[in-house]
Design a protein around this ligand. Structure first.
Ligand SMILES: N[C@@H](CCC(=O)N[C@@H](CS)C(=O)NCC(=O)O)C(=O)O
Length: 212
């Protein structure tokens, strides 16, 4: 039996979840771990820095060495294992997937995860309180990020058209979290297509256990 693919990082991380869903889609056995070469490696330690220069996760631990950065990992899984494709072959269509992977993983992530959700997960206010002033100030950008992805999604089943791609895998965990978060009002629900998209994906085999 082939050894499971090792994903270094915590399973609550949006980007770790993107990689987990890619493994599920491709039917690859995987494990999410905090060990490297059989040794426990704490986050943000020298051991972590040795596999990701910016001590981020996920890192895919392969027999040839570590692969950092979600987009690089998704490409690697596609090229190394085949299975359900995450990228179209047409050059323009592939560039669209790269474009929406970048937009989701950089700007949407920043406006929704970094600026708002992380305030709730790791509160930095006095006595461990959530800095609601920071959250309030960040909400307009949450709204514009959601509007941008809802507009791109339009009436398509997936972000880049009829087929699920790597761009969806990057976006899905972010939308899942913000839809569940209590940030004043149901913000995803303001975009019926985005709400229908995330609710449909939550039931799909590749996602249901990961997003639960
Ligand atoms: N560009 C990176 C971003 C990875 C990233 O920011 N991951 C978060 C978890 S979702 C992380 O490592 N957070 C810990 C930290 O920033 O120290 C990627 O696509 O993999």
């Amino acid at each position: 039996m082939t050894a499971p693919i090792k994903i270094y990082g915590p399973s609550f991380s949006t980007f770790v979840r993107s990689v987990m869903m890619a493994c599920e889609l491709k039917g690859l056995a995987y494990e999410v771990t905090t060990e490297v070469n059989g040794e426990e490696v704490g986050f943000h330690t020298a051991g972590h820095k040795a596999i990701h220069p910016y001590t981020k996760f996920p890192v895919l631990l392969t027999e040839q060495g570590p692969i950092a950065e979600t987009v690089a990992i998704l490409h690697y899984l596609e090229n190394a294992y085949g299975g359900t494709p995450l990228y179209p072959t047409d050059a323009f269509a592939q560039a669209q997937v790269e474009q929406w992977s970048g937009i989701s993983g950089i700007y949407v992530d920043f406006d929704i995860v970094r600026k708002v959700l992380l305030e709730f997960i790791f509160p930095k206010g006095e006595n461990g309180s959530v800095r609601m002033d920071k959250v309030e100030a960040a909400l307009p950008k949450v709204e514009s990020a959601l509007a941008i992805v809802a507009e791109q999604l339009a009436d398509q089943p997936y972000l880049c058209g009829d087929d699920l791609t790597a761009a969806d895998l990057i976006l899905i965990p972010i939308i899942d979290y913000i839809e569940k978060a209590d940030v004043g009002k149901p913000r995803v629900a303001e975009h019926a297509n985005l709400l229908a998209y995330i609710n449909r994906i939550r039931k799909e085999a590749f996602a249901k256990d990961i997003l639960s």
